[in-house]
Design a protein around this ligand. Sequence first.
Ligand code: WTA
Length: 652
Amino acid sequence: MKSAESIEALSKESRRFPPPPEFAAQANAQPGIYKEAERDYLAFWESWARKLDWSKPFTKILEWNEPFARWFGDGELNASVNCLDRHVRAGKGERIAYYYEGEPGDRRTISYKQLLDDVCRFANGLRKLGVKKGDRVAIYMPMILELPVAMLACARIGAAHSVIFGGFSPDSIVDRVNDAECVALITADQGWRRGNKVPLKRNCDAAMANTPSIKHCIVARRVGDPIEMKAGRDVWWDDVVKDQPGECAPEAMNAEDLLYLLYTSGTTAKPKGIKHTTGGYLTHVTMTHKLVFDLKESDVYWCAADIGWVTGHSYIVYGPLANLATSVIYEGTPDFPDKDRLWEIVERYKVNILYTAPTAIRTFMKWGDEYPRKHDLSTLRLLGSVGEPINPEAWMWYREHIGGNRCPVVDTWWQTETGGIMISPLPGVTATAPGSATYPLPGIAADIVNDQGESVPLGGGGYAVLTRPWPGMLRGIWGDDERYKQTYWSKFPHKYLAGDGARRDLDGNFWFMGRIDDVMNVSGHRISTTEVESAFVEHPKVAETAVCGKLDDVTGQAIYAFVSLRGGELGSTELADELREYVGNKLGKFTRPKYITFTQELPKTRSGKIMRRLLRDVAEGRTLGDTTTLADATIVKDLQDRAKSEASSADE
Ligand code: WTA
């Protein structure tokens, strides 16, 4: 990048939605909270940390030896105690922790007391197998209740969990297990996905041929088909918990002891094991879950992410349980058996708060509003979005068709590395703007800087950075302090580099524009892929689009757009021309995409992120990099064929 300062802010989104007065009046966070936190941000975080249950109270708040932080570093606590025991002790044991719904339609309700019981039994079983404090345990499971039970049981005995998303391949399991030298692998026989059986144990078997550190593989029974069990290594979950008592003495953990590892991809092929510790992390997710989602005791809350990603760790497991929430967990895909499954679930459990991702929202748009319209969604009072920039069109659709124009929409910006939400509206305080994550939360300090690391004045764009430590921050990369320093702390002194481009409007709202490498440079104009995508999606025929740069002799880069249309049609040359005009008119002539390839589906990971790296490869006509994380590998082959004919016609 030459000058990040000149990322051009092209869209002019001026709609604002102040909090509805009734919502504002009852909100957990009130306007004074920003000032209060800024007056003494350490005292602010301390007050949230003090709400947790500490077996040894802390006396220190922050020890900052840049870039290594210790929060509440002389305190001791246990995460599972904070999520379970203290609620049961407070007489809330009968409260429902999770409404569980499996994809085939099986349902289960589990109270805090039952969850504690399950966690203790499994924790005792793990101890009996020899798993101990300081070990790492890999978890590769479908979205079944045994998954949070396994995580909390690890936390109880002081073993760090490393959850590996159930859509990953055996190779990805091998890399992650070996990097952390996990001693046990917890899985299920199979999982359900869109009516198909996912061979989880078989994937583990393939992986375990190459993971010498694994001593035990524990298998929960989900589907029930016969599977292979290797004597001496593999053991059924039911046998592990059999005859175990429902009490289990928790390990007293130092606030800075490792709670979990979660692997995330970076610019190199080797995934990074992001380290999260106990006290600061719990403080951060508790505060943000309570304030951003305005959680009340009467609420039914649903984060429709997968626990295999950080969103599930922080906002299905630790945050909600620490806050005594009643949550929904759903195992399967949103279109099984039909495209209204999510709305059926909202209606059934009378969900009040829904948290999902832009990619899902755009998919719902594409399917059409007749699906949500079939169901009573009137219990919803707050909507959240996470994972990518949300284009204003999708934001407005979400607000109208899911939120009935009555629910605040909170667009929450954060990362695996940040542990919890960093930049987001507070729903009773902040006037929201479609497509903007608005402001840093109380206690959080963020900025936008240019290539020299200087703060860019309001109205400008550049690199998003965080300018002081926060409790949920990563404590490094497992086994690689150098890479931690290099990746996040070397570009600008004393600033954490998030790797996202962003701009701020004159009111100081943050508008995220995708990863830094998603910024194109066309004839010297820096153009955010997100902004072009947003313009596309405003066209009534367009469902979803991904834009990238393609090297160009004349302009440096030319804009390449992959477009999928509503109703699954494939477009014509005429429509391509119409779309070029359309985008050019919205954002400026120089943003007219040179190449447009229509496709029924964009290539996505199983977590729903568009695989831009692959699209860039397709656009440039390169051989494809790693495709193992793709949800559907046939899509790219088809795209390559279409792109070839597109490139030859555009070059004529
Ligand atoms: C992107 C997910 C814009 C961003 C919690 C970030 C977002 C990356 C938003 C982290 C948002 C996440 N608006 N972009 N509200 N939320 N991102 O680690 O590029 O899976 O750096 O964490 O997702 O993805 P991760």
